[in-house]
Design a protein around this ligand. Structure first.
Ligand SMILES: CC(C)(COP(=O)(O)OP(=O)(O)OC[C@H]1O[C@@H](n2cnc3c(N)ncnc32)[C@H](O)[C@@H]1OP(=O)(O)O)[C@@H](O)C(=O)NCCC(=O)NCCS
Length: 155
């Protein structure tokens, strides 16, 4: 069944779900005001959520995207990401950005949808989080910034 996607007020964003994508509730609470939240539902429950923040100059940053573990690997994340990409294209945005770890399936997930690596912020996850973050037993150190330009030109 194709999920129903809609925008909800940012203050109603599903915190427990967003924490799957970003372990810092303080960080999420800091970026929610001024951001836009989009959720996908299968009619029974929420199957995906994402938060996008306008950065000015037609640039929008995907701050988080998450799917509940029981619903992962069923295409919901890809469906919501494609929907959001189309939504901001239709709104006249110039570029979408996202920051993600330097390894892992998330990196492939974004690149599959047209994002390309534009820069690296070394030690981002060390300097910006109170505790070390591990994925697949490897400590996350550096953040890659990925961009998806709508104009065809990367920033
Ligand atoms: C990243 C995320 C949003 C992707 O959503 P999803 O609905 O699970 O992904 P999809 O079903 O649309 O599949 C996208 C691809 O990612 C792969 N994938 C998804 N979860 C995976 C996992 N845990 N391990 C390995 N691959 C995974 C899928 O196999 C699929 O690849 P394929 O097309 O080659 O089969 C979701 O896995 C998630 O919430 N992860 C935890 C939070 C997170 O890391 N968010 C991103 C922060 S940068």
């Amino acid at each position: 069944m194709t999920p129903h996607i809609q925008e909800i007020p940012a203050h109603e964003a599903p915190m427990a779900l967003l924490l799957l994508a970003d372990p810092s509730e303080d960080k999420i609470r800091a970026y929610l005001p001024g951001s836009r939240c989009f959720v996908a539902s299968n009619g029974v429950e929420m199957v995906a959520a994402c938060v996008v923040k306008p950065m000015g100059g037609g640039i929008h940053e995907l701050m988080s995207i998450a799917v509940p573990p029981a619903h992962q690997k069923q295409g919901h994340g890809a469906t919501l990401l494609q929907w959001v990409i189309a939504f901001f294209r239709n709104a006249g945005a110039h570029q979408l950005e996202v920051g993600t770890g330097s390894f892992g399936y998330q990196l492939a997930f974004y690149q599959r949808h047209g994002f390309r690596v534009s820069s690296i912020e070394r030690d981002f996850f060390v300097n910006n989080y109170p505790a070390p973050i591990f994925e697949d037993g490897i400590q996350l150190l550096d953040m890659l910034r990925l961009t998806l330009p709508y104009s065809g030109k990367a920033r």
